[in-house]
Design a protein. Structure first.
Ligand code: FAD
Length: 156
């Protein structure tokens, strides 16, 4: 099977968009990710999938903590910045939730300790034990078929 066929099929799964953030030696690193899901309610666990070529991989291993920041509809620019799609470096100010950096304006900020990691193919799955959550009431940014979208109608 062609890679393109696989990518196209996976792109048919509409998702939100997150920025995963972690901190090593006082330096915050963020990365756009939509391979995120809830895993367990008791205990509260989530998973993110990080490519082996991503700078984020080693930083997560070192830090052992991370945040998942679910982006609001008006945060497409941040998604592009943290996906390396913006040429010039843009300064982004992070807040803190406990000891972990989180993105202001995200509709959910979820902080985690890494409880397990599993190498699968060219990605590593990090299981995060949820430590804290902060929510904002706003619409989500959506990603579908390689394009950013917004919810058309929130009344149904
Ligand atoms: P870099 O490419 O070095 O960093 C990414 C960008 O973030 C750079 O431009 C850097 O300057 C900027 N940046 C980092 N930290 C800061 C900071 N503190 N302040 C300001 N700027 C900063 N890849 C996956 O592995 N898993 C996924 O689930 C995934 N989902 C994606 C979903 C979408 C919608 C998109 C668009 C991309 C996705 N990617 C995913 C790809 C991933 O976001 C990119 O490959 C990314 O560039 C990899 O980042 P990196 O850790 O290698 O670091």
């Amino acid at each position: 099977m062609e890679d393109r066929q696989f990518r196209n099929a996976m792109g048919k799964f509409a998702t939100g968009v997150t920025v995963v953030a972690t901190e090593v030696d006082g330096n915050v690193h963020g990365m756009t990710a939509n391979a995120f899901m809830s895993v367990s309610l008791n205990p509260k666990l989530v998973v993110v999938s990080i490519a082996e070529k991503a700078q984020m991989l080693e930083k997560m291993k070192q830090s052992k903590t991370f945040s998942v920041n679910i982006l609001a509809a008006d945060q497409k620019e941040l998604s592009m910045i943290f996906a390396g799609q913006v040429k010039e470096y843009q300064e982004v100010v992070f807040q803190r939730l406990g000891n972990v950096p989180v993105l202001p304006g995200a509709i959910a900020q979820i902080t985690c300790d890494i409880s397990a990691s599993h190498v699968e193919g060219d990605h590593t799955l990090f299981i995060g034990k949820v430590i804290d959550i902060r929510l904002e009431d706003a619409e989500p940014l959506i990603y579908f078929s390689g394009k950013y979208r917004k919810l058309a109608d929130n009344n149904e």
